[in-house]
Design a protein around this ligand. Structure first.
Ligand code: SF4
Length: 432
């Protein structure tokens, strides 16, 4: 038992879970391999937020059955949001899977691996910090979610909100810095709700302040925020603390009050617009991203038009748009008819994407000629690639080694998706 293969699909929380499970397996002396067929331990980390993601998990699981048959002593594990409180039905559908684990619940697999190795896993596994992190790294600070948006399965799979103490997060960030990390992204389903479940109720602004003091960390990001929890104190902390990037992911989901109500999002369109106004007043250069669901049960053309109007009015830096799909077990699946035809959902998604492409083209074109601070993350297609503080992807060419450096790049060309530039010798921050 000396190799593992780990496949991950879904959000950044799943990526973070996989990084931590990998750290645990490696602390037990098990090394990663590129192909499932070469592994003694196979883990699929699943997502069921959309039908497409679930279909991919099921299709990959089908590939695991013959692998298990060819080497029965191999361990096959299914982890993540596909695994609910009860796994009987999954065990019936996928009898070749040895262990089912809910998000962050690595114990059952580690116990099984420990038994095979003849060791007590709790004795070998220390803090689950990624052992070979990239320049940027995700740090979960809240697990679960206390809200009940009617379309969402996450609270049923990840449970109620549990925040990690400030000192524990700070220690993890210090460890990551010692391993070369320059940027952390603090993760939570409602990251701005951080702390209210902790005994002394620190908030996200308090956590930012503590992390901002850590030597060696250059940038701090956070996602995903919920409009209900985005306080003026958090906005001001983002504006004031030099290491916290002015980049906020603030899902609105829809532009019509009736749909927002049906989604149980707990804010109105006017409240959302007001919030965006206050954020932009505190940080005129802020980059705002949002998420949209089109084709929610009962969404009329007029209501969809409200979403398009909102996108035109607020002009986000990036929009992630998904067509509604029924998730069994959610409030919407039990109480609402998925009545918008699939071709209409596809058409609405395309209309959002097309409008947003125009907006992003204009926003990015305005950066041409400016000097931007870029954290270099690696190389792609012969060029260095990195991100601005506003999380825009930048490419530039240079012979020297720059991975992990903060450099200044003069933006020469733009597209809706990325920027191309040249390395500037002297730092000239005209944008901050
Ligand atoms: S805030 Fe709503 S959409 Fe986000 S995880 Fe919680 S229930 Fe799901």
């Amino acid at each position: 038992m000396n190799s593992y293969y780990l496949w991950t699909i879904g959000c950044q929380m799943n990526t973070a879970d996989s990084e931590r499970l990998a750290a645990a397996l490696e602390q037990m002396g098990i090394e990663p391999v590129e192909k499932a067929a070469d592994a003694d331990v196979i883990v699929l980390n699943s997502c069921v937020v959309r039908q497409g993601a679930e279909d991919k998990v099921v299709s990959n699981l089908a590939w695991m059955a013959p692998l298990k048959k060819s080497q029965p002593e191999r361990i096959v594990a299914l982890m993540g949001c596909m695994v609910g409180p009860k796994s009987d039905e999954l065990a019936r559908r996928f009898p070749f899977v040895d262990v089912f684990m809910r998000p962050q619940q690595f114990g059952p697999l580690l116990e099984m691996v420990g038994d095979r190795l003849g060791v007590d896993w709790e004795g070998c596994v220390g803090p689950l910090t990624p052992s070979r992190p990239d320049v940027t790294c995700h740090v979960p600070i809240i697990h679960g979610c206390d809200l009940m948006c009617t379309f969402c399965i996450i609270p049923y799979r990840r449970g109620r909100q549990v925040s990690r103490p400030v000192a524990e997060v700070a220690l993890e960030v210090e460890t990551l810095v010692s391993r070369g990390v320059k940027e952390v992204t603090l993760l939570g389903q409602t990251v701005d709700a951080y702390g209210y479940d902790l005994p002394d109720q620190p908030n996200l602004a308090d956590l930012f302040t503590r992390l901002n003091d850590i030597d060696g960390i250059e940038r701090i990001r956070f996602l995903t925020s919920h409009p209900k929890f985005m306080t003026q104190e958090i906005i001001q902390a983002v504006a004031d603390l030099p290491k916290v990037c002015e980049h906020i992911n603030l899902p609105v989901q829809a532009g019509d009050d009736g749909i927002l109500d049906e989604m149980r999002r707990q804010y109105s369109r006017a409240e959302y617009v007001d919030l965006v106004g206050r954020i932009r007043e505190a940080m005129p250069e802020v980059a705002l991203n949002t998420d949209i669901i089109v084709g929610f049960p009962g969404e009329t053309e007029t209501q969809f038009q409200q979403t398009l109007d909102l996108l035109s009015e607020l002009r986000f830096d990036k929009v992630h748009c998904a067509a509604y799909s029924t998730r069994p077990g959610t409030i919407a699946s039990r109480t609402m008819e998925d009545a918008v035809p699939e071709d209409e959902k596809t058409s609405r998604r395309r209309r959002v994407d097309s409008l947003q492409e125009e907006i992003q083209t204009e926003i990015n074109a305005r950066l041409v000629g400016r000097y931007e601070e870029v954290l270099v993350e690696g190389r792609r297609k012969g060029k260095w690639q990195g991100r601005t503080r506003s999380h825009k992807l930048v490419f530039f060419e240079d012979e020297a080694y720059h991975q992990g450096e903060l450099v200044t790049v003069k933006i020469e060309r733009s597209s809706p998706w990325s920027l191309q530039g040249t390395l500037a010798v002297e730092a000239k921050f005209l944008t901050r």
